[in-house]
Ligand binder design. Structure first.
Ligand SMILES: NC(=O)c1ccc[n+]([C@@H]2O[C@H](COP(=O)([O-])OP(=O)(O)OC[C@H]3O[C@@H](n4cnc5c(N)ncnc54)[C@H](O)[C@@H]3O)[C@@H](O)[C@H]2O)c1
Length: 270
């Protein structure tokens, strides 16, 4: 069987683990063809630990040379990458899902061109239930995210409002609003609310609460979905990844599982 040529954009926490998986558990079906990063040092660091079939390329060149593009870089660029993949008919897995909110027409365009787009569940469960529920009427989708202050530090919303989460002594709700506003204020922290929005009732109706919790050592997501089907409640307690406290280990596993699923003929779950 011909191996699928994978290219990874973003050589940080998620990109590096996907690269390892391409050369490990997925190696029978995948050839890691190229990597790319805006920071040349990050690409060079990852390149050092890879077998030398993979090349470091510029973004446009990577898209041209690969069959399957993995975006693990930034919400600032994810919509642009998806647009280029649609234009060149390349499969695309998007991790910086927040960047797709407001650009949902790209998903329509992918559908009409028949280009496959993959949006992993990330660090939550329940997307399967939400997709099933959406066949009927869904009344509300609410996510409460509880993170240690270091997992929220530097978010544009906190900078703009001059909120110092590092000095908090007790659990504090720092944001309540729509997913559309949450991804603008917390682009690196709340991608899961964008995933929920796309799978469910949209970013203007999906409700988000963000809680900074000094006593918390994990990233906790609680989701409530109410609809014609009844009610789902879900709670995930995620271990933050070693290299980026904003990114949960489950989000990395979810990306690898989505890539594996995209290459497999057997599909389990909704
Ligand atoms: N969908 C989810 O559930 C989920 C979960 C966690 C993280 N994320 C998102 O996935 C992305 C990667 O996360 P991470 O933990 O690996 O982050 P990271 O900061 O560890 O790595 C990101 C890498 O992308 C590079 N980069 C940034 N802008 C770039 C650009 N324009 N072009 C090329 N490279 C660029 C950076 O230099 C860095 O090396 C982030 O956008 C993050 O918010 C999504």
């Amino acid at each position: 069987m011909k191996k699928i040529k994978v290219g990874i954009i973003g050589c940080g926490t998620i990109g590096a683990e996907i690269a390892r998986a391409c050369q490990g558990r997925l190696k029978k079906s995948v050839e890691l063809a190229a990597i790319c990063d805006a920071d040349e040092n990050k690409a060079a660091q990852l390149f050092k630990i890879l077998n030398k079939k993979a090349r470091v390329l510029k973004l446009n060149e990577l898209i041209k040379k690969c069959d399957f593009v993995v975006e693990a870089a930034s919400a600032k660029i994810s919509a642009d990458i998806l647009k280029k993949c649609i234009k060149s008919n390349k499969r695309c897995l998007v991790m910086s899902v927040g960047g797709l909110l407001g650009n949902e027409k790209l998903l329509e365009s992918a559908r009409s061109k028949g280009v496959k787009v993959y949006i992993p569940s990330g660090a939550i469960c329940g997307i399967d239930g939400l997709k099933s529920a959406s066949i009927g009427k869904v009344e509300s989708v609410t996510i409460t995210t509880r993170k240690p202050p270091r997992g929220l530090a530097g978010a544009p919303y906190l900078v703009e409002k001059d909120i110092d989460v590092a000095g908090l002594k007790e659990e504090t709700v720092i944001f309540e609003g729509t997913a559309a506003d949450a991804v603008k204020g917390f682009p690196q922290n709340i991608n899961v609310s964008a995933v929920l929005s796309i799978a469910g009732i949209g970013s203007g109706h999906t409700r988000v609460r963000i809680v900074a919790s000094p006593d918390c050592s994990s990233n906790i997501h609680e989701i409530e979905i109410v609809g014609e089907f009844g009610k789902i409640t879900m709670r995930a307690e995620n271990v933050p990844s070693k290299t980026n406290p904003k990114t949960s280990a489950l989000a990395i596993f979810s990306a690898i599982a989505t890539l594996e699923g995209a290459l497999s003929s057997v599909r389990v779950g909704t």
